[in-house]
Ligand binder design. Structure first.
Ligand SMILES: [Zn+2]
Length: 221
């Protein structure tokens, strides 16, 4: 059995969970997990139906996107995932989806301000917009790398979808669902055209400090 089996299975299980919950459709999006102690990660293959996906379909790549194991063509966004792992040592799992409510905000370039305590504790001070760049390009990888240094765990990619991080897969899944809830709530609020209130500034900073402390722990794993 592959030494990477545990990571491959984790990625496949996450794909099936997100498919069942409606966050992934057919072949959209991609999911990866950092291999502990190595400059490598497990990632979903390109353009392959999640319903059919099995552990042996997952690709193992190093941070130069060179294949270490797997027969399938890796996700076209592999370079973007490698860039995140190189930039953010606290990130151990990445989920990229085209989930509809957050993607709606991606179309109107509307970042989500600090609306809820739990949002800031898990996702960061705000959910910012990563400027548009075509999928699978170095332009997108560089746009992502320059944005994620602020330590947030959720980003909206203009005219594309979302990018979610976690210290482990359970966190990443939770963060992805939390982002979609915040996006839907924010959309409903702005449609009313009334003033959208935010949590008080000191509370936001206390909540963000908790997230940063959590990230420091995961950066040492
Ligand atoms: Zn995408």
């Amino acid at each position: 059995m592959s030494e990477f089996q545990i990571y491959k299975q984790q990625v496949v299980d996450t794909c099936h969970t997100l498919l069942e919950r409606g966050y992934l459709k057919a072949t959209e999006g991609n999911i990866s997990a950092r291999i502990k102690g190595q400059n490598a990660f497990a990632i979903t293959p390109s353009n392959y139906d999640y319903a059919k996906m099995q552990a042996e379909d997952i690709c193992i790549l190093d941070f130069e996107a060179q294949r270490l194991e797997g027969e399938m063509k890796p996700s076209v966004e592999s370079g973007m995932h490698a860039g995140v792992y190189q930039t953010r040592p606290d990130v151990h799992c990445i989920i990229h989806t085209h989930q509809p409510y957050a993607s709606a905000l991606a179309l109107i370039k509307a970042p989500i301000p600090a609306l809820f305590d739990e949002q800031v504790t898990r996702l960061g001070r705000s959910v910012e917009i990563i400027p548009y760049a075509p999928s699978g390009t170095g332009f997108l990888k560089n746009a992502v790398k320059s944005k994620i240094k602020n330590g947030n765990n959720a980003y909206i990619m203009q005219n594309h979808g979302v990018l979610i991080f976690g210290g482990n897969m359970e966190q990443a899944i939770h963060n992805m669902a939390l982002l979609e809830k915040c996006a839907l709530t924010y959309l409903i609020a702005i449609i009313t055209e009334k003033k959208v209130t935010r949590i008080p500034f000191p509370i936001r900073e206390i909540a963000f400090a908790k997230l940063r402390a959590d990230e420091k722990k995961f950066a040492k794993i």
